[in-house]
Design a protein around this ligand. Structure first.
Ligand code: COA
Length: 390
């Protein structure tokens, strides 16, 4: 049974900060951000935008196009959870008018959770081929002001429709996985910002990629030249380039690694460079970018994926692009979204970052900022109140 991604839609906030301005404010050489870590702009979520509104806005074009019929599973992947009990997916279920015969849960394992959501959805659709599943990956990356992680912040959501006749990509069954209990990045319940040992997490990521790839390669007999392109989890775009370089090195490739990496990975990085890290969504933001922007047709071509979630779980897997996939993309929408954002100043970014809203859960209305199709209107008696934006 073939299952995979039938539609992919990406959303990010309507505000952004040019990292040139952040570099000037922090007294950092701009080349460190643009060349050293490979980021240009970061997405800034206004106070009335959260993982629910971003995920619902990402999914809406899919629902508008294909309808809700047959969607009997929603898996919501995030590490920016808004409730310890109720799945963020249930708010999206309500906002999008999904069927009542639809199971909804939230999944967590740092940036990896979107991948297990995708693979579980594919397995459940394989068991019931007339059904469809909606995978939602939505996150806000937040580090301390002035910390090394600050320029890699960002936000975004990706919605993927998983079906038995996927118009975009059929998932291969094989995978390689690597898990180890480490403290490279974590966010305790009492903290709004992540704790991270950035250099250590970079090393763990690379080791996890190498181990996952080694297993996958042994299992399938495939080599890196069997992939037309590779997509990686992208905390910052140079991390993806470093990871591919490591896999090429592990595969005994001595020459032209920079050029090979640019050819196999470069086309997946453009959106992340303009939004920053979107944690669970970032690998799939990379896939959306690749499908939208690849200059040659990827029909029938195999794509490799490495997903990484700190803590840590890594998985290397693959899929084959469906012929005619270009007829089923939201390329114009994605590009308009990225080009039409409002730039904020460093002062405005810091004001939004530091804005403290009452945390006692009692009545509160959020000022209306620019958002996508939905916004968080406020809190009433400990309940989050969402609304459609007309
Ligand atoms: N021009 C060009 N490049 C420059 C530069 C300049 N003026 N100044 C520094 N650089 C390069 C460095 O050489 C380095 O490149 P390298 O990694 O290829 O060696 C890169 O820019 C980053 O510089 P570094 O000093 O290592 O950055 P940092 O200590 O400030 O922070 C991270 C880097 C990744 C640790 C930080 O962004 C972070 O903590 N991120 C959050 C966690 C994360 O993303 N983890 C990854 C796994 S999920």
């Amino acid at each position: 049974m073939t299952t995979g991604i039938d539609r992919i839609s990406f959303y990010t906030s309507r505000y952004c900060l040019d990292l040139k301005d952040l570099a000037a404010a922090r007294g950092v050489d701009w080349n460190k951000y643009s060349i050293g870590i490979g980021q240009e702009i970061m997405g800034i979520p206004p106070p009335d935008e959260d993982i629910v509104t971003m995920a619902a806005s990402a999914a809406k074009p899919i629902i508008d196009e294909v309808g809700v019929e047959g969607i009997d599973l929603v898996l919501f992947a995030t590490e920016s959870s808004i409730d310890q009990s109720k799945s963020a997916g249930l708010f999206v279920h309500g906002l999008l008018g999904l069927p009542s015969r639809c199971r909804v849960v939230e999944l967590k394992q740092a940036c990896y959770s979107g991948t297990i959501a995708l693979r579980m959805a594919a397995m459940m659709v394989a068991a019931s081929p007339t059904s469809k599943a909606l995978v939602l990956c939505s996150d806000i990356a937040r580090y301390d002001l002035g910390s090394p992680g600050e320029p890699t912040q960002g936000c975004g959501a990706v919605a993927m429709l998983v079906t038995a006749k996927p118009s975009l990509l059929t998932l291969d069954p094989e995978y390689g996985a690597h898990t180890e209990d480490v403290m490279d990045f974590w966010r305790p319940n009492y903290s709004e910002e992540a704790f991270v040992d950035g250099k250590y997490s970079t090393r763990i990521y690379l080791n996890s990629a190498a181990e996952s790839w080694r297993q996958y390669a042994e299992l399938t007999g495939r080599s890196l030249s069997d992939f037309a392109r590779c997509c990686y989890h992208i905390p910052f775009t140079n991390m993806a380039a470093k990871a591919h370089d490591r896999l090429l090195k592990e595969s005994g490739i001595r020459e032209d690694r920079k050029e090979i990496t640019a050819a196999q990975v470069g086309e997946s990085l453009g959106y992340n460079r303009m939004t920053g890290n979107s944690y669970s969504a970032s690998l799939y933001e990379g896939l959306a970018c690749l499908l939208d922007t690849a200059t040659e047709s990827l029909d029938n071509k195999r794509i490799g994926f490495f997903s990484y979630g700190s803590g840590s779980v890594g998985e290397f897997f693959s899929g084959v692009v469906t012929p005619g996939y270009r007829d089923h993309l939201y390329t114009d929408r994605h590009q308009t979204l990225l080009e039409s954002r409002t730039a904020v100043t460093v002062q405005q970014y810091e004001d939004i970052f530091n804005l403290s809203v009452p945390s006692d859960g009692w009545d509160y209305s959020f000022t209306e900022y620019q958002t996508g199709d939905f916004r968080l209107a406020g809190m009433q008696a400990h309940k989050r109140m969402y609304e459609a934006v007309s």
